[in-house]
Design a protein around this ligand. Structure first.
Ligand code: AMP
Length: 217
């Protein structure tokens, strides 16, 4: 099974992708995580993309597609895409790639959330750069202040979660990523999930949806 999770930054895609990929046995491919990892390691890819992430702008489609295709070449399991595609061009690139490999996309799930809620969530989001766990200071705080429950590393606020960059990311989402909804709505495998409940309830809702609509089919 190959799935795409779509949603505003801060809508819970990362959290959902982690639990869904482990429950469903899928490879979790987050382009944002890949880029942050490369930036942290100061690789040539990291250097190329750092300014885009810092400014909340999208990395050019050609580069994103190269990264995705080279990761997909190494995988034979199903994939859960998180934060990719972000433009219609990327979606077309993925379609072409799947077609050439005789593979297909099974579902696109859009996590619906109000923009005001998204801004609040990003403001209180903290991440562990070492193990990737994501916290929310209000709804899902760590047991010890500023410390990851999983690996004990210090929690940080992502540079692009600062209010001035968030505004830019939301604008980019509206301009470039929202058209994807129309793109995928035409192919009969687009589903919306309400992102305004607990992470566990959302995971459950997505799994039920997949069981009813995809796995059975
Ligand atoms: P995310 O962690 O998904 O919120 O992504 C963080 C940042 O990484 C974005 O604001 C973009 O700068 C970059 N990025 C991640 N995925 C993509 C993508 N599919 N296309 C272009 N830029 C991306």
């Amino acid at each position: 099974m190959n799935l795409i999770l779509l949603g505003y930054p801060g809508s819970g895609k990362g959290t959902q992708s982690k639990s869904l990929s482990s429950k469903l046995g899928l490879i979790h491919l987050s382009t944002g995580d890949i880029f942050r990892d490369e930036i942290g390691k100061k690789t040539s890819l990291g250097m190329q993309v750092a300014d885009y992430l810092a400014g909340g702008r999208l990395v050019p489609d050609k580069l994103v597609l190269e990264v995705i295709k080279s990761r997909l070449e190494k995988e034979d399991k199903g994939v859960l895409f998180d934060g990719f595609p972000r433009t219609v061009e990327q979606a077309e690139g993925l379609d072409g790639y799947f077609e050439s490999k005789n593979k297909k996309l099974d579902a696109v799930i859009f996590i619906q959330l109000d923009e005001n809620e998204v801004v609040g969530r990003l403001n209180s989001r903290r991440s562990c750069l070492k193990c990737g766990r994501i916290y929310n200071l209000v709804t899902n705080p760590p047991k010890t202040e500023n410390t990851c429950d999983g690996c004990g590393d210090k929690l940080v606020m992502r540079g692009d979660d600062k209010p001035e960059v968030v505004r830019k990311r939301l604008m980019v989402f509206r301009d470039l990523t929202e058209p994807l909804i129309a793109y995928y709505k035409t192919n009969g495998m687009f589903f919306e999930i309400n992102g305004n409940s607990s992470p566990e309830a959302i995971t459950e809702a997505i799994i039920t949806l997949l069981k009813n609509k995809i796995i059975k089919a």
